[in-house]
Write a protein that binds this ligand. Structure first.
Ligand SMILES: C[S@@+](CC[C@H](N)C(=O)[O-])C[C@H]1O[C@@H](n2cnc3c(N)ncnc32)[C@H](O)[C@@H]1O
Length: 217
C-alpha cells in the first residue's frame, strides 16, 4: 500500500496546500513571520553553545583560521554564536536578523560582541536583494533557512555573498518547505564538502545536520 499512487482528489488537495500554505502560515503568525520572532522571548532563549552549535563553531574555526576574515551569521537572533566567535578572536563579524528585539537584547547579553559586530535588522529576502557585502563564510543555525519560502532564490543569493563557504546546521527533515540543498548549491558552483548527520553524536535528539558547502575552483 505504501506504493499506492495518490488519487486525483489527493493530488488536488496537496497542490492546494502547497500553493496556499505560505499565506496560511503568515496569517497565523507562525515561525515563518517576522511578528513571531519579534515576540519570541530572548531573555533566556538561544543561550549557550549546545553540542550541535559546538560542532558548527569548530567547523568554522577550522575552515577560516584568519581572525580578520568576514563571517556572516544569518538569523543570528541574540548572537550566541557571534559571541562565541568574538571570544575566539574573530573581529570581522556580521549578523542579520529581522527581529529588532533580539538584536537589541544582544547589546545587554553580549555587549562586546554586539559593539564589535556589524548587525543588520532585515529579512533575508531584503538583505540578500540589496548590496550585501561578500564575506568569506556564511553560516546559519536553524530554524532559519528552513522557514524561507522556496519562491525566493535563497541559495543563489547566499552563494553570491559567500566567497568560500556556507556552513549550515539545519533540520533537513523538519522544515516547512522540502529543499534539495545539494542540487541548489551545485547549481551555484558549490560542492558539499562535509556532511554530518546528526551534527553531533552528543545530542542526536536535536535532529539537525551539519552541511558545509565549499566554492569550487
Ligand atoms: C530558531 S532562531 C535561531 C537563532 C540563532 N541562529 C541561534 O541558533 O541562536 C531563528 C532566527 O532566524 C530569524 N529568521 C527567521 N526567518 C528569517 C528571515 N526570513 N529573515 C531574517 N531573519 C529570519 C528569526 O528572527 C530568529 O531570530
Amino acid at each position: 500500500m505504501a506504493d499506492a499512487k495518490p488519487t486525483m482528489f489527493e493530488r488536488i488537495t496537496r497542490r492546494f496546500f502547497c500553493t496556499f500554505l505560505p499565506f496560511l502560515v503568515r496569517r497565523q503568525g507562525g515561525a515563518g513571520t517576522r511578528e513571531h520572532w519579534e515576540r519570541h522571548p530572548t531573555a533566556s532563549a538561544f543561550e549557550g553553545i549546545d553540542p550541535a552549535s559546538q560542532a558548527q563553531m569548530d567547523e568554522i574555526v577550522a575552515l577560516v583560521p584568519d581572525r580578520a576574515a568576514a563571517i556572516l551569521d544569518m538569523g543570528c537572533n541574540v548572537g550566541r554564536h557571534l559571541d562565541y566567535l568574538y571570544r575566539k578572536g574573530y573581529r570581522n563579524l556580521r549578523g542579520v536578523d529581522w527581529s529588532a528585539a533580539a538584536l537589541r537584547d544582544m547589546a545587554s547579553r553580549y555587549p562586546e560582541a554586539h559593539a564589535a559586530s556589524k548587525l543588520t535588522c532585515a529579512s533575508f529576502e531584503d538583505f540578500l536583494s540589496g548590496d550585501a557585502e561578500p564575506v568569506e563564510l556564511v553560516y546559519t543555525r536553524g530554524a532559519t533557512f528552513e522557514l524561507v519560502h522556496p519562491s525566493f532564490p535563497l541559495i543563489r543569493r547566499v552563494c553570491r555573498v559567500a566567497r568560500q563557504y556556507v556552513v549550515m546546521v539545519i533540520s533537513e527533515a523538519g522544515h516547512a518547505y522540502p529543499r534539495f540543498w545539494e542540487y541548489e548549491f551545485a547549481r551555484e558552483g558549490f560542492e558539499l564538502a562535509h556532511l554530518r548527520r546528526p551534527a553531533s553524536v552528543l545530542a542526536p535528539e536535536h535532529k539537525v545536520s551539519l552541511m558545509t558547502f565549499r566554492r569550487l575552483g
